[in-house]
Design a protein. Structure first.
Lengths: 211, 770
């Protein structure tokens, strides 16, 4: 079955059509996981790319993400034993001393749209809080954000705290935020850097070898 | 002396012989402005029309006597202060005449036959008194700023020194520069013959004079080269005085502000005082006698050690008749009346990138010179956060940054004083305003708390220090006032802005104020409630993170307009463009929205999707192979470096972020206030961008709420205006502290409504405004 109408509706952020299309697909006895992967997640891939190149902007991206969430709600009861597979667990947060969360929130939504499970710790998150959550959730990826150059060092401290507990190899670390650069990511031993929410999805998939 | 000869002298005598004699003596001394009256009645009538600076009055007149003329003059407010030199005949009782004359209020006294030497000296003394009176009136605090005086003067900005001087309208550049340290070449003394006093005029100007056309070749003329001696200054003018080359750059930094009327009561008061010399009857100490004379106004006057140590000598060299310089009920100095000490004060605007210093005449209540320079701290970070990171944990580095700043301020001071031939010791007061971090740096206080949540500064109260404690080289007892702040990101500069806007004095008007920049401070309210927030707009409005963005300096496109099917722009410095600055960015975005080339979501449409097709369509270009389009602002042929100047899709996105941050800040303030856009009565803009941005464009892109444009008023460099108001009227010092205390500060990051509102405001408005 072709999901083109569903894809277009999610890309456009047309919640009504997208939900209808999702139901249609379910009624046509399509596998829920297929609808999710080939319909919704695929659409969000396009949305992420469009965002990265500038063809759409934040409000449009959010609209698509919201559309996808609504469709996922429609799909949920149709997963066998409710076992929606996740592409990975991601712990996300804005570092200690920093209260800026808009960019981090966008990253969270896009990653969710790409099929990841997001554990968002919010803002002003201390290294030990990150570490505890990573252990608890058995996270695959840690995403950290900072908007102030003065709070950036906290990223490095978190990575150090992970290493001290021997957890550094269990989790991939990706960082971002206005003053953060790829060079800085390399300097502090992070695994990757993302310049925007679209890139964050792209880089995360690369880190986890997801195509 | 130069100033005295232009002063008006009225001779009152019925004897034509005496009239002629006096007139000749005055003319010989160079006086140019002499009038004659034959009787006291005529003299009083003439004074009504044009009050003279000195009346030379005969004691024995037909009709109204000299005494009566004097009494009448003293009784009339407009003539009460005019010095009177009374002439008496030799045949009357001298002592009696003397007593009678002084009782009638005459200033000085000369006996006929008049000796030339004596006459010259007495006229000069009397005129000096009047000149000093003009300079400093006895009760200046009762006087409001005269609008007329301000109108007749205009600013001349001399680059690359970036000196600003106030000059009489109509004066030539050559003459204006005679009073400065700046020397132009020239053999003919300003006659328009040698053609050597070349300057480059930056401000748009009119047709060159005949001499200029003859002496300057057409290439140079086109570049704005003119002769200083033939260029009259009719409006604010910027000129460049050095040899021109490709590297010539100047920056559009805003230094002037809109000053509301202020009742003069400067922080430093200069009172002309006569105290009784010590005598058997009054043998109280010198300080006691000063205190006695000043007691109605200054209760229990204090003094400083430094003042006391020179007081004995100073009182006696001035014959107990001098000027008392008083700060906050404390006598700082006693000096001679014609000394200039305490007449001027300083203002420092501590910008993160630019420092501005102003010299203010405290008696006349006017800014007389302005100088700016780049903040030397810039090499340790463009923004305050990077500088805080630099000093973090290193007291030595903090001291280093403080020293750099004070060194800059001392250099600014030196140059400001030079242009008026003042000495450091003549300045007894300075007021500094800046963002909270810069104010911390100035005082060597650690601002590290500001750089991390919860963004806590060390101190927010306004402070008064000895200027020397901070390292400012002024009078040894000079005072430094540092403005009160509200929080880590709401600094003394915003308090100065609120002060100068008068918003906190409004009873029922709702005032919105914005200082647009990387951190845009916004306030909303009036006397009853005042809210403020700081919106992290990012550097797009200052030209950073924009492909061809630049700060507002020579070569930056500062505005666009679309006329007769063509796009036009203005470039700072009258040269070919290198890029665009914040005001240009806002302008072009508004035009693109207006013409439907950019949609409200911020997408640049490809040419085939344009609804209207005009010359703008052809400028939409595809530079990458990904369906994304950019907009060509200037072709390689039209640009300075032969490379195209382009506004990219990404640039529009950056602008959307900046705009959204500011617009959502406004929205949250309005919501908290329980008001809507329609309730806003006035919008005040501060800072350079606020001054140059086109209100219609700003409204079209949603940077400003859509209101009647008449409500939008640019206040210019409002921070320094606020500091100036404090300098000129001490009640504003207390007022600024009250404003800071009463302000309610909203922290946007983490505010419940901020995320939704920010996202919502990223789209541009859909409606066209013109």
């Amino acid at each position: 079955m072709s999901y083109q109408t569903l894809l277009d509706a999610v890309i456009k952020g047309d919640i009504k059509t997208a939900k209808e299309e999702t139901l249609k697909a379910v009624d046509a006895s399509q596998n829920a996981q297929d609808i999710l992967d080939q319909g919704l997640i695929e659409a969000m891939n396009v949305v992420g790319d469009n965002f990265s190149k500038g063809a759409i902007f934040v409000p449009q991206m959010l609209r698509s993400a919201k559309t996808m969430q609504e469709c996922v709600e429609v799909l949920k009861p149709h997963f066998q034993e409710n076992a929606m597979t996740t592409k990975g667990n991601i712990v996300l947060g804005t570092v200690k001393g920093d209260l800026h969360d808009i960019g981090k929130n966008l990253v969270g939504m896009m990653l969710e749209g790409a099929g990841f499970n997001i554990i968002d710790l919010g803002v002003d998150v201390a290294p030990e809080v990150f570490v505890d959550k990573i252990k608890e959730a058995n996270a695959d990826v840690l995403g950290m954000s900072a908007l102030l150059s003065t709070t950036m060092p906290s990223m490095s401290l978190t990575i150090k705290a992970l290493a001290d507990l021997g957890l550094r190899d269990t989790v991939k670390v990706i960082i971002g935020g206005a003053p953060v650069t790829r060079k800085y990511a390399e300097d502090i031993g992070a695994d990757s850097y993302a310049s925007d929410a679209g890139a964050a999805v792209h880089e995360t998939k690369k880190l986890l070898n997801i195509t | 002396m130069k100033n005295l000869v232009r002063m008006k002298i009225l001779i009152v005598d019925d004897d034509p012989g005496i009239q002629k004699l006096i007139k000749n003596m005055l003319a010989k001394d160079g006086y140019k402005n002499i009038q004659i009256a034959g009787s006291g009645e005529e003299a009083l009538e003439m004074m009504k029309k044009t009050p003279p600076d000195l009346v030379v009055l005969d004691i024995q007149l037909p009709g109204m006597k000299g005494y009566e003329v004097s009494q009448k003059m003293r009784a009339n407010k407009s003539t009460a202060h005019i010095p009177i030199l009374m002439m008496t005949g030799g045949n009357i009782d001298k002592d009696k005449a003397l007593e009678k004359s002084f009782r009638a209020g005459v200033t000085d006294f000369i006996t006929k036959p008049i000796k030339k030497v004596e006459f010259t000296a007495r006229v000069k003394a009397a005129l000096t008194i009047k000149k000093n009176y003009n300079l400093m009136q006895k009760e200046p605090n009762k006087r409001k700023l005269s609008k007329k005086v301000t109108k007749k003067k205009v600013w001349l900005n001399i680059l690359p020194d970036d000196m600003w001087i106030k000059v009489q309208r109509g004066m030539t550049v050559w003459n204006a520069l005679q009073n400065t340290e700046i020397e132009l070449e020239g053999d003919c003394g300003g006659l328009g013959k040698c053609g050597k006093c070349k300057i480059r005029v930056i401000t748009p100007l009119g047709k060159p004079s005949k001499e200029t056309l003859e002496l300057i070749d057409s290439d140079e003329l086109e570049q704005g080269v003119r002769l200083a001696c033939r260029t009259k200054i009719f409006k604010n003018l910027a000129i460049y005085t050095e040899e021109l080359n490709g590297e010539t750059e100047f920056f559009q930094i805003l230094k002037h502000g809109h000053m509301p009327p202020v009742e003069l009561a400067p922080l430093i008061e200069r009172r002309l005082v006569t105290i009784p010399p010590p005598s058997i009857e009054n043998s109280l100490s010198d300080v006691h006698r000063i205190r006695e004379v000043l007691s109605p106004e200054f209760h229990d006057l204090k003094t400083t050690y430094r003042c006391l140590s020179s007081l004995y000598k100073n009182l006696r060299t001035t014959n107990f008749d001098g000027a008392a310089i008083i700060h906050n009920n404390c006598l700082l100095e006693w000096q001679s009346r014609d000394n200039i000490g305490g007449v001027f004060g300083l203002i420092f605007d501590l910008g993160t990138s630019t420092l501005v210093g102003k010299l203010v005449n405290l008696i006349e209540g006017q800014e007389v010179a302005v100088i700016s320079r780049f903040n030397s701290q810039r090499k340790y970070g463009a923004d305050v956060i990077s500088r805080i990171q630099y000093i973090k944990g290193s007291p030595k580095r903090l001291v280093h940054l403080q020293k750099l700043l004070v060194k800059d301020l001392n250099l600014i001071t030196k140059r400001l004083l030079e242009s008026f031939r003042l000495k450091l010791k003549d300045i007894l007061v300075a007021v500094a305003a800046g963002n909270t971090t810069m104010q911390h740096f100035m005082l060597s206080l650690d601002p590290s708390g500001i750089a991390e949540a919860p963004f806590t500064p060390l101190i927010t109260e306004g402070m008064t220090f000895m200027a020397r404690d901070v390292g400012l080289r002024l009078h040894p007892d000079a005072m430094l006032y540092v403005m009160p702040a509200k929080s880590g990101y709401i600094g003394g500069d915003l308090i100065g802005f609120i002060l100068s806007s008068g918003a906190a004095e409004q009873d029922d008007k709702l005032v919105l104020g914005m200082d647009l920049g990387t951190n845009s401070e916004i306030f909303l309210g009036n006397k009853n409630r005042m809210l403020t927030c700081s919106a992290a707009a990012g550097p797009a409005l200052e030209g950073a993170r924009i492909s061809h963005g630049m700060i507002a300096k020579a070569g930056a496109i500062e505005s666009f307009r679309f006329e007769e099917n063509d796009l036009f722009y203005n470039v700072i410095g009258n040269i070919k463009p290198k890029g665009l600055c914040g005001s240009g960015l806002v302008d072009i975005a508004a035009l693109l929205l207006h013409h439907g080339i950019v949609n409200p979501e911020g997408l640049i449409y490809p040419p085939d999707q344009h609804k209207k097709r005009n010359s703008m369509t052809a400028r939409v270009i595809q530079t990458q192979e990904n369906e994304i389009h950019d907009f060509l602002l200037a072709s390689p042929r039209d640009s300075l470096d032969g490379k195209p100047i382009v506004l990219t899709q990404k640039d529009i996105r950056e602008l959307q972020l900046a705009k959204a941050a500011i617009a959502s800040g406004i929205k949250i303030l309005l919501k908290t206030m329980g008001a809507g856009i329609e309730d806003i009565d006035d919008i005040y803009l501060a800072g350079a961008l606020g001054n140059y941005v086109h209100p219609f464009s700003a409204m079209r892109i949603g940077l400003l709420p859509k209101v009647n444009p008449a409500k939008i008023i640019s206040l210019g460099n409002a921070a320094s205006t606020g500091a100036n108001m404090i300098l000129l009227s001490k009640r504003y010092w207390e007022r600024s502290a009250e404003i800071a205390t009463d302000l309610e500060h909203l922290e946007l990051s983490g505010h419940a409504d901020f995320f939704d509102s920010f996202i919502e405001e990223m789209n541009f408005p859909t409606e066209n405004l013109w």
